[in-house]
Design a protein. Sequence first.
Length: 299
Amino acid sequence: MAAHLRDLRYFAAVADELNFTRAAERLHLSQPALSKQISALETALRARLFDRDRRQVRLTAAGTVLLTVAQRLLEDWDDGMAAVADAAAADARVLRVGTLTSIGRALYPGVIDHFAKRQPGWHIELRSVGWGDPTAGLHDRATDAAFVWLPIGADDVDSEVLVTERRFVAVSARHPLAGRKAVEFTEIIDEPFVALPASAGPLRDFWLAASQRGGKPPHVVAEVAAADEAFEIVSSGAAVKLLAEGNAVVYSRPGIVCLPVSGLEPARLAVAWRRNDRRPAVKAFVSACRDTVADNAQS
């Protein structure tokens, strides 16, 4: 039995985290399923890759050797697939743009217009990406540029802030605070919260206002990867959810009330791109975003 790229990705994630639970969260797998895959890989290779007990996970000598091989193979494969995708996109004159939430704010139509002027014959393909990936597809090269919320915690991604907005809280229309015009963060700090997946890292912390809690952990009752699921939970009264002011308008619906929250730093919507990506179409998209923001500021 030969090892497949998927097996090597699973192995590399565990080797990086040295923790099966964290690696499983990163891979969006259950911990038992990941353990089963690693055991199958060890059987196929006839080598123990990890020493593990209740306290820690360590690479064996065989695991250390495989990690060097796996990293090189995965990097070569990812680079090759990225080159194929880039060539296909250039041939079709398509720019793949990721987004984590609905954009709104009169941004997108303006960006399309300015991009068309800068890149005649090209068109934008907007891709919705789950909240577990704060880079909106940039990290795994599924997208060429993206609208993201900061911070994203990715050293290989550059960004430029387009919009700065107050943070709001979405509560059930039956919540005791629903009749208020605004709230202090201290009034909701102990509320049950909806959270982004753990893989969202610093972005998850931002939308839980972790830095404003004085070290006290938030009460998280659910992790969600998309807006519809989040606001379904909020409307049920099971939890509250922080969101940006513009999204309070975009996601307005019956059963939910959105209130401005004081005592929190603002949210920042940005355009993002891979740092080493110098393709003209990507640069044109970033410039189109700047042009649109300038137009909106003058109107």
